[in-house]
Design a binder for this molecule. Sequence first.
Ligand code: AMP
Ligand code: MG
Length: 336
Amino acid sequence: MAKAGAKLALLGVLALQVLPCAAAWHNANQSVMGTEVSVTLWTDDTDQGQQQAEQAMAAVFAEMHRIDATYSPYKDTSELARLNRDGSKSAQTISAETWFLLKRSLHYAQITDGAFDITFASVGWFYDYRNKKQPKPSATRKLLPAINYRWLQLDEAAQTVFFQHANVRIDLGGIAKGYAVDRAIALLGHHGIRHATVSAGGDSKILGDKRGKPWLIGIKHPRLPADAPTTSVITLPLADTAVSTSGDYERFFVDEQGTRIHHIINPKTGRPAEGIMSVTVLGPHGIDTDALSTSVFVLGLTQGLALIERLAEVDGIIITTDGKTHYSSGLAPPKR
Ligand code: AMP
Ligand code: MG
């Protein structure tokens, strides 16, 4: 018996040697860009795999911190802060990356007729969600003319931007996290990673599948009590895609009139956009799904859905303030 047992054990060792390496999932979280950034990735379960995971994680978080240091509106030393300080005094030289982000932002401003507009910050800057403060109607009226993406003059030959109105401020909060998850997934690819997810608040990107299965991505219920057993209203099986959700529950307070004052601003009014509680957009690139989720939130159900339908490779789910869920045609559940 003992012999047979030893033989079996030996067989076990041999089998282990010829089997492919066991799976090793790695996860790390850090607070960056004012949100929780989470990275999950797969490597072989070997010392080399462990090292690959550590290097890949370090590269991703370094990149996230770099993007935050460059585009944070709250850091005086950021490139964005410099543009807001000096952009209306003289044309400011910008990096190739900032050029790319501004061009992409202007593209979305154009195709949404200004619903997505990074100059929203000319008024948006005066909302303080933590301290429950909002600009007075008179201040909003005064600053509203500064919200207009057409004030941003980009000079391609000189690689500069000039703000043609003294009160213009810009903020990339509606597009930068999606860009950051794109950068993170690209870096993971360079490190040889084939299966991963990176999420930064409402913006996620998925690389590959979950080793033969789809990733299950939950869409947050916009109004569930904190102690609810599940926080998702829908779960989507996904692979190789970006997903962005914009919600009126992310940063908000309720004012004395009982109005929910949230962080997605309608550039036409300088007030929080109305009619929608959450928008989820799926597509190949985070920079686009991020800008589009914010855009659709401002455009509202009819125009927002029409925009999603016009764009190739993009789908969306909209939850309106009446609690109804609306799907773009690529996601609509079959009719019974
Ligand atoms: P998201 O997190 O993608 O839902 O975008 C919300 C963020 O986008 C806000 O916190 C602001 O930084 C920014 N934002 C708000 N309103 C607009 C707007 N109309 N156009 C572009 N960005 C906006
Ligand atoms: Mg967005």
